[in-house]
Design a protein around this ligand. Structure first.
Ligand SMILES: Cc1cc2nc3c(=O)[nH]c(=O)nc-3n(C[C@H](O)[C@H](O)[C@H](O)COP(=O)(O)OP(=O)(O)OC[C@H]3O[C@@H](n4cnc5c(N)ncnc54)[C@H](O)[C@@H]3O)c2cc1C
Length: 473
């Protein structure tokens, strides 16, 4: 048995790591010269330690285990305590988001009408989830429109770059569907059900990419700068057509408009002369998987390709703005602020990066990371860089009481950011599942769940299943 893993993001790297631990032969092919996919942590010459992908991680048991095995415990950096406070823009003012249902009832965040609605929700009887219900419909049914507009919409934009009117509850928040089935009332379920343990919010010194760099350094069969162009069915398995990246050795850890930073190739060298693989793990985005599956003559491959091609990844730009502390009137005492679309802002919100991890910027400065785009703010995501930087600075000036020009600004643009867990994704998962019987298995975030802990957990479980011959044909 030899397994091909296509895609060296967090999912593919973690899968390879656990397969290697179990003595399973594999080859991991990554198109880029840099491993890590969405985990990208550029350090600018001015001294700003940025994140282009995940800004912080919720520490799960599996993630801590992986970090520990990789010898990175000392690199763990907890978020500053002040960052437990989160804000939502309402009527042009930042309002602290109450942290619990009782705090919510006591605060003035929601109207009396909505608070009464929250109380009446306690009387709901257990019910089967509504098939195909969206996140917005579910919360609207339980708590009314104000909660959807001022809590759910900004939250879903902030975490998934998504639109709750499109995302499916069953895929996005499966636990809430279970609570409805068992308790009827979400509030009662949350109070009585198994307590969700408050997880540590962390990063790693050098940025989250430290994790994927450390994983890569452990792998014996990682092939960087190798784009898989085709999967061919042969007797006993699959062969791959692979193209080398031109100039891979010069390629970089790079901010899209910024300077390139030379990045080492860890394990350069040709893969074995196209061995036959018993299993192929699809650890790349759906739109790439679609094109690799399309030409295969296997039953179901074409339907899976069509379904995968329909999955949506909204564009998203991260705009970084640094100021001298003295330029900013707002105390920035929190994690950041989300902007409900009803507020009519340019950006979907901003993370107060230097409040969460103060050592990310030179002393005496603050750094705000604004999110432009996503499904609910799509129009602004495609605008030219100068326009985005200027619009963000203008908005930050108004919202935070900023005087003068930024000390520094930069941006990172994702033409396709995060897969949307909507009806298209549900159809894609269903269409891909039967291909496992033919040795083609899904391994990326669109199967695992979006968050870093979800990707780690899924990849570890998949490695176990592949090593023991379960879950594949
Ligand atoms: C802007 C942004 C912010 C985020 N914020 C957070 C956060 O705060 N917390 C959190 O937990 N998660 C966050 N996430 C989600 C998380 O980062 C991702 O879900 C996760 O990193 C996905 O990893 P992956 O390996 O599944 O996919 P990817 O990272 O997309 O990796 C896929 C890899 O496949 C490679 N590839 C593509 N085609 C080919 C080919 N033909 N041949 C070979 N290789 C190929 C690509 O180059 C890429 O490296 C964020 C994501 C984004 C984009």
């Amino acid at each position: 048995m030899r397994i091909a893993i296509i895609g060296g993001g967090l999912s593919g790297l973690t899968l390879a790591y656990y397969l290697q631990q179990r003595g399973v032969a594999y080859d991991l092919f990554e198109a880029g010269a840099r491993p890590g996919g969405n985990l990208l942590s550029p350090l600018t010459p001015e001294g700003y330690q940025l994140e282009a992908g995940p800004n912080s991680l919720l520490l799960s048991a599996e993630l801590l285990e992986l970090i520990t095995e990789l010898g990175l415990e000392d690199a763990i950096q907890d978020a500053a305590p002040v960052s437990q406070q989160r804000f939502v823009l309402r009527g042009g003012q930042f309002r602290a988001l109450p942290g619990s249902p009782p705090a919510l009832l006591a605060s003035g965040f929601f109207s009396l009408r909505t608070k009464l609605r929250l109380l009446s929700e306690l009387a709901r009887r257990p019910a089967e989830p509504v098939p195909g219900e969206t996140v917005a419909a579910f919360f609207g049914r339980h708590f009314g429109p104000e909660v959807v507009e001022y809590a759910v919409r900004p939250f879903v934009a902030g975490i998934y770059a998504g639109d709750p009117s499109e995302l499916l509850l069953s895929l996005t928040f499966p636990r809430l569907a279970e609570l409805e089935r068992e308790y009827g009332s979400l509030l009662r379920g949350l109070a009585r059900g198994p307590k969700a343990v408050r997880r540590r919010t962390i990063t790693l010194r050098g940025g989250v990419q430290t994790l994927t760099d450390a994983l890569s350094a452990r792998l014996r069969n990682l092939h960087l700068g190798r784009t898989v162009k085709a999967i061919r069915a042969v007797a006993g398995g699959y062969e791959l057509d692979i193209a080398d990246l031109e100039g891979a050795a010069q390629s970089t850890r790079q901010l899209s408009d910024g300077p390139a930073e030379a990045y080492p190739i860890f394990h350069d060298g040709p893969a074995e002369a196209s061995p036959a693989y018993s299993t192929v793990a699809l650890a790349m985005p759906t739109y790439v998987a679609a094109e690799l599956l399309r030409p295969l003559t296997l039953p179901g491959a074409l339907a899976a390709a069509d379904a995968l091609a329909a999955v949506r990844y909204p564009p998203l730009t991260l705009v970084y703005s640094a100021y001298d502390r003295a330029q900013v009137a707002h105390p920035l005492a929190g994690f950041g602020a989300l902007h409900p679309p009803a507020e009519g802002t340019y950006a979907a919100g901003a993370i107060w990066t230097s409040s969460i991890f103060p050592d990310r910027v030179p002393a005496g400065q603050v750094l705000l990371t604004s999110f432009v785009g996503g499904a609910q703010f799509a129009e602004a995501a495609g605008q030219p860089a100068e326009q985005q930087l200027a619009a963000v600075h203008t908005e930050l000036t108004r919202l935070y009481g900023i005087s003068g020009a930024p000390r520094w600004q930069g941006r990172y643009h994702w033409a396709r950011s995060i897969p949307q867990f909507d009806q298209h994704l549900a159809a894609a998962r269903a269409a891909v599942a039967p291909l496992a019987a033919h040795g083609l298995v899904a391994a990326a975030n669109w199967q695992a769940g979006v968050s870093v802990p979800d990707c780690v957990k899924y990849a570890k479980g998949l490695a176990e299943r592949l090593a023991t011959g379960q879950g594949v044909g």
